[in-house]
Design a protein around this ligand. Structure first.
Ligand code: ARG
Length: 229
């Protein structure tokens, strides 16, 4: 591939869907913040690269990688066999999983089976949406972002939301959403990876940077900052 001057090899164009706190979200003064944002900057810094973030819809990230309009995507994206048919992933950088959110007074919903014939909110293109699709009789409402799906749950427009557990738990805590809760059981175990086009020259560099920050304490520092653990 040719490299223009404006798009030098030291610039990594990284796509993200920025409504997924605490992983990627808008900073008050503009720009992006979050665990993934700090992580990507640290990986790039370790490899002598500069990051330029591009905000995209979540279901537009893989198409953007395929069209090579971005070089990578970091967006709490779960490494799945299906996605691996079209893109490559870095080594995993975070362990998460899906959880069911319901209104606080709901005592009937405990697991996937109890969601049969219910109306379920999900973010479009996500593993949560895939999981919801398999529930017999369920009506799926897709939203452009996870916060919009949770808002619909609060409003009573859906009876449950299937979304990444750390994000739903963070939303409840950060916004003091006493009207909703997460059911105790995690539905899946999922690992996030940085996605890249197939055969990307950046794959090795991003893995090397990730390995470096995992071993030199930078990853732990970023983790503590966002999960204050
Ligand atoms: N982990 C889930 C998936 O890969 C959800 C990711 C949503 N990310 C986002 N930035 N909205 O499908």
């Amino acid at each position: 591939h040719s490299t223009s001057i404006a798009q030098s090899q030291n610039v990594l164009r990284v796509g993200t869907e920025p409504a997924f706190p605490p992983f990627e979200f808008q900073a008050p003064g503009g720009g992006l913040q979050g665990f993934d944002i700090d992580l990507m900057q640290a990986i790039a810094q370790a490899e002598g690269l500069r990051v330029e973030f591009q905000s995209l819809p979540f279901d537009g990230l893989i198409p953007a990688l395929q069209a090579r309009t971005v070089d990578a995507a970091i967006s709490s994206m779960t490494i799945t066999a299906e996605r691996q048919q079209t893109v490559d992933f870095s080594r995993p950088y975070f362990k998460a999983g899906l959880a069911i959110a319901v209104r606080a007074n709901n005592t009937n919903t405990t697991d996937l089976a109890s969601l049969q014939n219910q109306t379920i909110g999900v973010q479009i293109g996500t593993t949560g949406a895939e999981t919801a699709r398999k529930i017999p009789g369920a009506t799926i409402r897709t939203f452009d972002s996870a916060p919009l799906a949770l808002q619909a749950l609060l409003n009573g427009n859906v009876s449950a939301v299937i979304n990444d557990a750390p994000v739903t738990l963070y939303a409840i805590k950060a916004n003091n959403l006493t009207g909703i809760k997460v059911t105790s059981q995690l539905l899946t175990e999922e690992f996030y990876g940085v996605a890249m086009p197939k055969n990307s020259p950046n794959l090795d560099r991003i893995n090397a940077g990730l390995t470096r920050i995992l071993s030199n304490g930078t990853y732990d520092q970023i983790y503590r900052k966002w999960f204050n653990a």
